[in-house]
Design a protein. Structure first.
Length: 266
C-alpha cells in the first residue's frame, strides 16, 4: 500500500501549469507537457542568471517560435502569477542572433530551486536571455513565474497620462527618459495613476520623488535603495551602472522631473 502510494506520488506531476498566449489574431494555451515536447526545445545554459544569481541550465524554447504573427513593432506584456507585468518591446524577443530570448519551462518532475528561502521557484515559465549584453537587456526583461504573454497597444497609447509634453521632439532627452522609465520602472510603479502594476508607490501622485529627494540622493536610491534607507522587507532592486549608465540615469531623472509639472488632477 505504501509502495503504491509512493509510486503514485512520483508519477503525478506536482502541478499542471499552462501558459496563455494572447497575441491578437492567434490565441493559444500551452500546457507544460506540450511545451516540453516542442520541436525546438533544447537545453540551454545561462551564465549568471538574473534571478538565481548563478549559472543555470534550463529546458527552453526560443520565444520567437511561440510568438506567432508578432511583428518587431508590436508591444507585449508578460504577466506573472503575482500580477507583476513586464512591458516588452517585441523586436528584441524576435531576434535569432545576439541577445536571444527563451521561454524556460519548469518540468514538474525536476522542479527548479526556490528563488529564496520560503519562496516559489522562477517557474512554471521564465523568460531568460542568452548573451543579454549584446542587446543591452535589463533585469526587468527577465520576468519569472510567467502565466501569460499578451499583445497590447504601446504604453503611450494605453496610458496617455505617462506622456511627456507632446511639443517635445522625439529625440528629446525627456522622451528618451520616458523610454527608460517604461523599460525599467513601469513593471512595478505607476505614475500619474497610470500603469498596470502597483508593486511600488506611484511616482508622481501625490508627490514626485524629484520634489522631496535631492537629485544626488534620488540617483543613489535608484542605484541601490538600501544605501539610502535600510529595512529587511524592502523590495526595490538596485540599478547598477551596467544596467542604467550615468547618461541614462540622467535622462530618467529628467523624465521624472518633467512629469512633476504634468500631474493629473484626481
Ligand atoms: C521590482 C519592482 C520595482 C522596480 C523595477 C522599480 N521599483 Fe522603485 N520601488 C519598488 C518598491 C516595492 C518600492 C517601495 C520601497 C521598497 O519596498 O523597496 C519602491 C520605491 C521607489 C522609490 C522611493 C519612493 C519613496 O518615496 O519612498 C523611488 C524614488 C523609486 N522606487 C523609483 C524607481 C525608479 C525610478 C525605477 C526604475 C529605474 C524603479 N523604482 C524600479 C519597486 C520597484
Amino acid at each position: 500500500m505504501l509502495i503504491l502510494f509512493g509510486a503514485l506520488l512520483l508519477s503525478t506531476p506536482l502541478y499542471a501549469a499552462q501558459l496563455n498566449l494572447e497575441l491578437g489574431a492567434s490565441n493559444r494555451t500551452w500546457q507544460t507537457e506540450e511545451l516540453l515536447k516542442h520541436p525546438q526545445i533544447q537545453t540551454i545554459t545561462i551564465n549568471n542568471d538574473v534571478s538565481y544569481k548563478r549559472d543555470m541550465s534550463y529546458r527552453a524554447v526560443p520565444l520567437a517560435a511561440l510568438l506567432t504573427g508578432i511583428k518587431p513593432e508590436d508591444h507585449l506584456q508578460a504577466v506573472a502569477l503575482d500580477g507583476f507585468a513586464a512591458e516588452l518591446a517585441a523586436a528584441p524577443l524576435l531576434n535569432d542572433k545576439g541577445a536571444r530570448a527563451w521561454l524556460a519551462i519548469e518540468d514538474p518532475g525536476k522542479p527548479w530551486p526556490a528563488l529564496s528561502e520560503g519562496k516559489h521557484s522562477a517557474g512554471p515559465f521564465y523568460l531568460v536571455w542568452t548573451d543579454p549584453q549584446a542587446g543591452n537587456i535589463s533585469p526587468e526583461q527577465w520576468p519569472f513565474e510567467v502565466a501569460s504573454i499578451k499583445r497590447m497597444a504601446p504604453v503611450a497609447e494605453r496610458f496617455p497620462a505617462l506622456l511627456p509634453d507632446p511639443a517635445l521632439k522625439a529625440d528629446d532627452p525627456v522622451n528618451k527618459g520616458f523610454a527608460l522609465f517604461q523599460k525599467n520602472c513601469l513593471a512595478c510603479h505607476r505614475l500619474n495613476g497610470a500603469g498596470d502594476s502597483q508593486f511600488g508607490p506611484d511616482l508622481n501622485i501625490p508627490f514626485n520623488p524629484t520634489e522631496y529627494f535631492g537629485v544626488d540622493f534620488l540617483k543613489r536610491y535608484i542605484r541601490d535603495p538600501q544605501s539610502l534607507r535600510q529595512w529587511p522587507q524592502a523590495k526595490m532592486p538596485g540599478f547598477t551602472a551596467q544596467v542604467l549608465p550615468d547618461g541614462d540615469m540622467e535622462m530618467l531623472v529628467g523624465y521624472l522631473k518633467h512629469m512633476a509639472g504634468r500631474k493629473v488632477k484626481p
